[in-house]
Design a protein around this ligand. Structure first.
Ligand SMILES: [Zn+2]
Length: 430
């Protein structure tokens, strides 16, 4: 108990002075991104980060006015401290595949696992300390890794890869530091299928910007496609014993769920994304099977030729961009009850465990006349309320509307999701 208390105090002390005082970009950073590739390994209840390699990238697409993360989203967060002054100069919440694996039954029954992941921040002018924290079961952040990075060290690699892949601006609204920058990368497209990659990317992007609030906020986005090519068409489908030479190594059956297509060669994904400034990465797979996946502030994916591809693209981007939770509660998933421990308020902005009106995240959107919890019947279609059933659980977790893109194959976000998306756009652009 004592240990948990100290962790809370430490993080509070670090956050408040810096967030209040503000961090001036030019005081601590130069242009470009410092990218840290990590191995994230462990078994149930133990996890470990090891640095794979550190790379100096040409582009940084982020907002220099939002260096400290004020969104409080994500299962994990990393902090960057200036080593001389110990000032907090950057932080960012995120999620990863290890965190998902750890709440499947595989974590208790199979050998330890290892996943590859990446954190990025603008290149610091001087040495920094990086700390990575994870929420415990009470949702309190606890430190799990800490290391020092000297940007002038010769181990920091100035490496450029995939220079021969062409880049194409699908939406160009100007300065990356003032926009949400999306990088789309294709997987399983042969060199003679680049035209199809372009058409698929354009079609899916049009689907995204046909949905509110993306439609109204389109001017806040840049979208760039890197025209990556693979030796073979399609991606891996282990349950069909189909294994292809696809560049990103996207595969169905990620974490043993057939439709989940998220595991990819993270090194290659980020080597290719580094060709452009970006805040989020979307991987599109030249496939007609239903599938995809989305992990907050890591990347998301979908197939392109399924009748629901447009829907999956928007749904998975909701996870990746704004940290939205799944609101569905009746489909098969790979996670166990530890995903959302009973009695703990989830960090995601679109689901809640609270039933007291004043504690609901979207309380301000609920009319005084609407009963809380709200009956899930047609009387309350289109009404903002508190509907039971969300986050893979029919009981004990609640959502803001009867329907949402995060719940079913509709093409409309619920009010809580729309508000969360708008807030993230503001964070990335104001
Ligand atoms: Zn929603």
């Amino acid at each position: 108990m004592k240990k948990r208390f100290s962790a809370v105090v430490l993080i509070t002390l670090f956050l408040l002075p810096a967030a209040t005082a503000g961090v001036e970009f030019d005081d601590y950073f130069t242009s470009g991104s410092l990218r840290i590739d990590l191995y994230h390994s462990g078994a149930k209840d133990t996890e470990f980060y090891s640095v794979d390699r550190i790379i100096r990238e040409k582009h940084w697409g982020g907002n220099p006015n939002s260096l400290i993360d004020t969104m409080n989203l994500g299962e994990y967060i990393f902090f960057v401290f200036d080593l001389d002054t110990n000032n907090l100069i950057f932080s960012r919440g995120f999620c990863n595949l290890y965190g998902e694996w750890a709440v499947t039954d595989m974590a208790g029954t199979s050998p330890p696992a290892v996943f590859h992941e990446t954190i990025r921040f603008p290149i610091p002018a001087k040495p920094v300390q990086v700390k990575i924290s994870r929420r415990n079961r009470e949702n309190i952040f606890e430190n799990i890794a800490s290391f020092v990075v000297d940007p002038s060290d010769y181990h920091v690699r100035d490496e450029r890869k995939y220079q021969y892949f062409r880049r194409r601006a699908l939406i160009d609204n100007g300065d990356p530091s003032e926009k949400v920058d999306i990088c789309i990368i294709g997987d399983g497209y042969r060199s003679d299928q680049v035209h199809k990659l372009r058409e698929d990317a354009e079609r899916l992007v049009n689907e995204l910007f046909s949905v509110e609030p993306f439609r109204s906020r389109k001017d806040d986005f840049n979208v760039r496609l890197v025209e990556s090519v693979s030796e073979e068409a399609g991606v891996d489908d282990p349950r069909e014993k189909v294994y292809r030479d696809n560049l990103l190594e996207l595969t169905f059956n990620s974490l043993e769920l057939d439709r989940y297509m998220i595991e990819a060669n993270n090194r290659v994904v980020h080597d290719i994304a580094a060709r452009v400034p970006y805040d989020r990465i979307i991987l599109i797979a030249n496939e007609d099977k239903y599938g995809g996946g989305g992990i907050f502030n890591f990347y998301c994916s979908c197939t392109t030729d399924n009748e629901y591809s447009g829907y999956v693209f928007v749904h998975e981007f909701g996870h990746c961009f704004a940290g939205l939770a799944d609101e569905y509660y009746s489909s098969e998933v790979t996670y166990n009850d530890e995903m959302y421990p009973r009695g703990v308020e989830p960090w995601e902005p679109n689901i809640t465990a609270f039933t007291q009106r004043d504690k609901i995240k979207w309380a301000g959107l609920i009319g005084d006349d609407t009963p809380v919890p709200t009956p899930d019947d047609s009387t309350y279609a289109g009404v903002t309320g508190l509907f039971e059933g969300a986050g893979y659980s029919a009981k004990g977790l609640y959502r803001s509307s009867r329907d949402c893109i995060m719940l079913s194959k509709t093409m409309e976000f619920c009010p809580a999701c729309r508000r969360a998306i708008n807030r993230m756009i503001d964070f990335q652009t104001d």
